[in-house]
Design a protein around this ligand. Structure first.
Ligand code: MF3
Ligand code: CO
Ligand code: CO
Length: 266
């Protein structure tokens, strides 16, 4: 499929959907703490989304049973919230919010610290956060999608971490996942040319150890690192404009990542 170019009206709708997803993620940052279950995060996201007159995209998406993904420690992505997963001091947890508003999707995630993270947990989270920032900085009309992944991979590997290969960023709009695929690794000068009006996510998953991952054979969703090492991720939905990237899921307040840590960017 050719990459969809959004019309000015569609871009307005994408801005609204992105802003909602961003606000819900901010709310998660305000509430998340040790002792909560991931099911409680799910409830919070579900209720906040519905209250805005929007829909949580994950719910029933290809059979996904919940309204948000919650991925704790060595879970890379697509963690399913449940009542028995209690967040504990030292955990890192990615919360991935996708909101559908007036038919358009906004998709954004952040990794939060529960209490005080281990040095490794802090490192991988900080590298993932910076990797997203570096990826966004590559977005410009006429540039190549592959430039994004190349810049991310160079940075992440220089930090001694690895980039997950099996899951990628994606075009987004009326559909949750559209073309193009946005790899978080690869070579500069490859991939499609970016054009104003394209909307896609950048969402690097960064592992402390090896990049290989395993999908849970039972639930068919939960993705973990093959070596059991910690993994972190941040995601934004981006619009390509004539003058560079516009972050559609940009937060209007700093993100509270934990009791003492506030993200300056991403
Ligand atoms: N939000 C994820 C992404 O960034 C996709 C989750 S699919 C789900 O692409 F079904 F697990 F919600
Ligand atoms: Co996404
Ligand atoms: Co997402």
């Amino acid at each position: 499929m050719p990459i969809d170019i959004k019309s000015p009206r569609e871009i307005e709708a994408m801005r609204a959907a992105g802003a909602m997803a961003a606000e819900t993620l901010l709310l998660v940052g305000e509430k998340i703490r040790a002792g909560m279950t991931t099911e409680e995060i799910n409830h919070l996201v579900h209720e906040d989304t519905v209250r805005r007159g929007a829909k949580p995209a994950p719910l029933n998406y290809r059979g996904f049973p919940k309204s948000v993904c919650t991925s704790v420690n060595h879970v890379v992505c697509h963690g399913i919230p449940d009542k028995k997963t209690v967040l504990r001091d030292g955990d890192i947890v990615n919360v991935d919010v996708t909101t559908i508003h007036q038919g358009f999707h906004g998709d954004t995630s952040a990794t939060f610290y529960i209490g005080v993270p281990s040095p490794e947990g802090r490192k991988v989270t900080e590298v993932a956060r910076q990797a997203l920032e570096i990826g966004i900085a590559q977005v410009k009309e006429g540039g190549r999608i592959g430039d994004i992944g190349a810049a991310i991979q160079e940075y992440v590997e220089a930090q001694g971490c690895s980039v997950v290969r099996d899951f990628v960023g994606h075009g987004i709009g009326r559909k949750f996942h559209e073309d193009p695929q946005v790899k978080h690794y690869g070579r500069r000068g490859t991939g499609e040319r970016m054009k104003a009006g394209m909307t896609f996510t950048i969402e690097p998953m960064v592992n402390v150890g090896h990049w290989e991952v395993v999908v849970d054979p039972k639930d068919k969703w939960t993705v973990t690192t093959a070596d059991g090492s910690l993994s972190a991720q941040f995601e934004h939905t981006i619009l390509v404009t004539k003058t560079g990237p516009e972050v559609l899921t940009k937060r209007l307040k700093p993100l509270r990542m934990s009791e003492n840590v506030v993200a300056v960017f991403a």
